[in-house]
Ligand binder design. Structure first.
Ligand code: MG
Length: 352
């Protein structure tokens, strides 16, 4: 997965007869998701009342069940559902988090999510700069996996140790595998990683291997996290009730949008599994603000476009910047509080 890149994005608009427009979005495979929306889902939604969002969601889910369920189908539903929530907020003049339960935090703690494996000195310099920026929680992504043998294991461990040198042990450190390991490799790595006190080890194995997650999490050596490539309420329920993860990280623009996310939040809360949605982005921040069981948000620092995680900064206006490790949502901004930016339009090829 090391070479994984996505340099496309989908925005989805839902407009009411009074001209109010809600904006949703989805990242992965936007050209295919666009076809699913245009050819299948748009016709199920047009003409309905956006405030019947739960019915709309169920209609889209059940009418696409034979071919949708996970992947492209659920991503399309997510984009439409997020747009409907933005629309509802705009129509009543309230931020989305106020419709979801309201403010549960003065401000949202965020963790610095980058520190991709590279030259150790560069990683340490990046961590140092993040500390100076006020962050107190950090996530790094491993660069070596099963095909790199023992030498690769040592390279992985060297980088974790080097980051602990910079951030100390009073700050959180999280470790990301992006599905690049397997159960055997992870079992061998966990005891070596434990002395560095990671808060979690993320996505050690492919998303479909729920039994693998369960086995690794049951070891109790390092908490295992995952879920950003899981779909739907029932998919996340299986991770939760099986204790396959200790931290659930659904991605709102894949899992089924805000309607699905709120149901998953309730299940996770009842099982004492914290939810920290995957990625920055406003839809995740609104959910985090409105749920006591969402202790913090992931935050992608603003960098030049590399993996694709950073693209939303170039597409939308209104995404908040972190200050001293926190970010704030505006009580006075209706909906999600973002708009499609015209700052960088000339750099995009736009397909409508
Ligand atoms: Mg991740």
């Amino acid at each position: 997965m090391a070479t994984f890149r996505f340099h496309q994005w989908l925005t989805c608009e839902v407009e009411t007869t009074d001209g109010t427009v809600g904006i949703g979005n989805a990242a992965l495979a936007p050209n295919v998701v666009k076809t699913a929306i245009d050819d299948h889902f748009a016709g199920m939604v047009i003409g309905l009342d956006p405030f019947d969002h739960a019915f709309i969601w169920e209609k889209m889910y059940r009418r696409s069940h034979a071919w949708g369920r996970k992947g492209v189908g659920m991503t399309a539903i997510s984009a439409i559902d997020i747009a409907i929530w933005d629309l509802m907020g705009k129509l009543v003049g309230k931020p989305v988090f106020k419709l979801l339960g309201g403010r549960t935090k003065d401000k949202i703690p965020v963790y610095y999510s980058k520190l991709y494996a590279g030259e150790i000195s560069a990683m340490q310099a990046e961590a140092e700069a993040a500390i100076q920026g006020g962050f107190t929680a950090f996530k790094t992504r491993f660069g070596f996996g099963p095909t790199d043998g023992m030498a690769g294991m040592r390279e992985n461990l060297k980088r974790v140790e080097a980051l602990r040198e910079v951030i100390g042990y009073d700050n959180d450190l999280m470790l990301e595998c992006y599905m690049g390991w397997n159960v055997d490799y992870t079992r061998r790595m966990l005891p070596k990683l434990a002395p560095f006190e990671p808060r979690w080890l993320e996505e050690p194995v492919i998303a479909d291997d729920v039994a693998g997650y369960l086995e690794l999490n049951a070891l109790g050596i390092v908490p295992i996290s995952g879920g950003e490539h899981e779909f739907s309420v029932i998919g996340c329920k299986d991770l939760i009730v099986n204790k396959a993860v200790s931290v659930l990280q659904y991605d709102t623009n894949r899992v089924g949008g805000i309607t699905a996310a709120q149901k998953i939040n309730a299940i996770a809360e009842a099982h004492q599994i914290p939810v920290i949605p995957h990625a920055g982005q406003m839809h995740n921040y609104h959910l985090t603000m409105a749920n006591v069981n969402c202790p913090m948000s992931e935050y992608f620092p603003v960098f030049d476009v590399e993996v694709g995680n950073e693209l939303f900064y170039y597409i939308f206006d209104g995404e908040p910047d972190a200050e001293d490790g926190f970010l704030q949502l505006d009580d006075g901004s209706p909906g999600l509080g973002i708009s499609i930016s015209d700052r960088n339009l000339s750099h995009f090829e736009i397909v409508e």
